[in-house]
Design a protein around this ligand. Structure first.
Ligand code: ATP
Ligand code: MG
Length: 391
């Protein structure tokens, strides 16, 4: 008999023929995530098992944050031949539990002498006899005593909900435009959770924005990497472009022109990375550069799809996700972003693409973009890296 974790997965069920690929990737990702604990991870009979950890809670906390995991159950594995021993174990596991319950048996070994209803009935009756605080409710039980009969017997009551989503790395690649704000880390998390590998692009306007501002963004990438493993961050020097826009373009258009340059450069990075899409943290109407027309003018300069997963979220809803995924505190640190440094007083809210394109003509876009690309600094961050700015 031993205690291990039984990992349940969600949407992979839907995947038909590709299911083995998704399963293999999920197992690989879980294995990678618990490497630091030296735990074993294996797939058997449609279930994923984790064993060999010293601290169960620490292991659960790690595994429940792996994309594709639906829930994690601390389970007892034992020989299946001695049904009395299984019954005693079930009774022991219901100790201290009050309210309503049911037994839910699942039997993948069809030769087992008892079928599922018989297992439910026998163990249920034994539990009722020994545990006076419990009543049976088969429709809406507060607790479920799960008994799975496979090559061994597995018993578990506790089900810890996990992050969900699809295994990371199974759904293509995208580049996240990562600022130091609250929204873009949430946007990146949401797309990564769908299995999309992300890399980040950050526009840095040194000396208008400080080294702390850059480190804060790298910290945000580190926090995202706790879910994804590692992330490549492209830090793009943006000062020259911003200065020229500021000097040469009409003030009410500067924000949008700047955003169009960000998109063009991000697409160049995406090309280099082999990424098929861009991700931003924009939410419709949040600021002047996020009206419908403004979003249209930034989309107009790229050919890749732009994913904006928080587009319909209120700020408060975005904050709730940021708090849940652990980025809110770092996002709230007061280091300015390049957007805020150069914000005009009266940005245009209903821009016309042709007018912006005209206003941009004074700039030598090609040369500016090439120079920024040549100056890129690439940083690879890992989920295990300590944070820099918060310390
Ligand atoms: P965030 O949206 O991350 O909270 P914010 O609201 O201050 O920050 P906005 O000015 O609303 O940012 O910018 C909208 C989006 O543009 C961001 O969500 C992000 O995807 C992208 N962006 C803004 N500034 C930068 C930057 N310096 N580097 C990379 N991407 C940026
Ligand atoms: Mg925003």
């Amino acid at each position: 008999m031993r205690e291990l974790l039984l990992v349940r997965y969600g949407e992979i069920f839907l995947k038909g023929q590709n299911r083995p690929y998704f399963m293999r990737t999920l197992v690989k990702n879980i294995r990678e995530s618990v490497k630091c604990l030296h735990a074993d991870v294996w797939l058997h009979d449609g279930r994923i098992f984790v064993y060999g950890f010293e601290d169960m809670n620490q292991c659960i906390e790690i595994v429940r944050n792996v994309f594709g995991v639906h829930s994690v159950c601390p389970a007892i594995e034992m020989e299946k031949d001695d049904f009395d021993a299984i019954t005693r174990q079930a009774i022991a596991m219901m100790e201290g539990i009050q309210g309503t319950f049911k037994v839910s048996a699942r039997r993948s070994d069809k030769l087992y002498p008892l079928d599922s209803p018989q297992i439910n009935e026998r163990i249920g009756t034994a539990i009722l006899r020994q545990r006076s605080g419990l009543k049976v409710d088969v429709h809406h039980p507060e607790h479920v005593m799960n008994v799975e009969i496979r090559d061994k017997a597995y018993l578990y009551v506790k089900v810890v909900p996990a992050v969900g989503g699809m295994p990371y790395g199974t759904n293509g690649k995208a580049c996240l435009l990562l600022s130091g704000g609250i929204d873009s880390p949430v946007a990146g998390f949401m797309i990564a959770k769908r299995g999309v590998t992300i890399s980040c692009v950050h526009f840095h306007s040194y000396p208008y924005t400080s080294d702390f501002a850059k480190e804060k963004v790298l910290d945000l990438a580190r926090l995202l990497a706790r879910y994804t493993g590692q992330i490549r961050v492209y830090v793009v020097p943006f000062t020259e472009i911003q200065m020229q826009i500021h000097e040469k373009c009409p003030q009410d258009y500067t924000t949008l022109i700047m955003r169009r340059f960000m998109m063009r450069l991000s697409e160049k990075v995406a090309e280099r990375e082999g990424a098929q899409a861009l991700i931003t943290g924009e939410s419709v109407g949040q600021v002047a550069s996020q009206t419908m027309e403004a979003l249209g003018t930034t989309d107009a300069v790229v050919t890749r799809p732009v994913f904006r997963p928080v587009i319909g979220f209120d700020k408060q809803e975005i904050i709730e996700v940021a708090e849940r995924i652990g980025t809110f505190k770092t996002s709230s640190l007061p280091y300015e972003d390049c957007c805020t440094v150069f914000t005009p007083r009266h940005p245009v809210t209903h821009p016309k693409v042709d007018k912006i394109a005209k206003a941009e003509e004074v700039l030598d876009a090609e040369t500016l973009i090439q120079a920024a690309m040549d100056g890129i600094e690439t940083v690879v961050v890992h989920g295990s890296d300590p944070l820099v700015v918060e310390n």
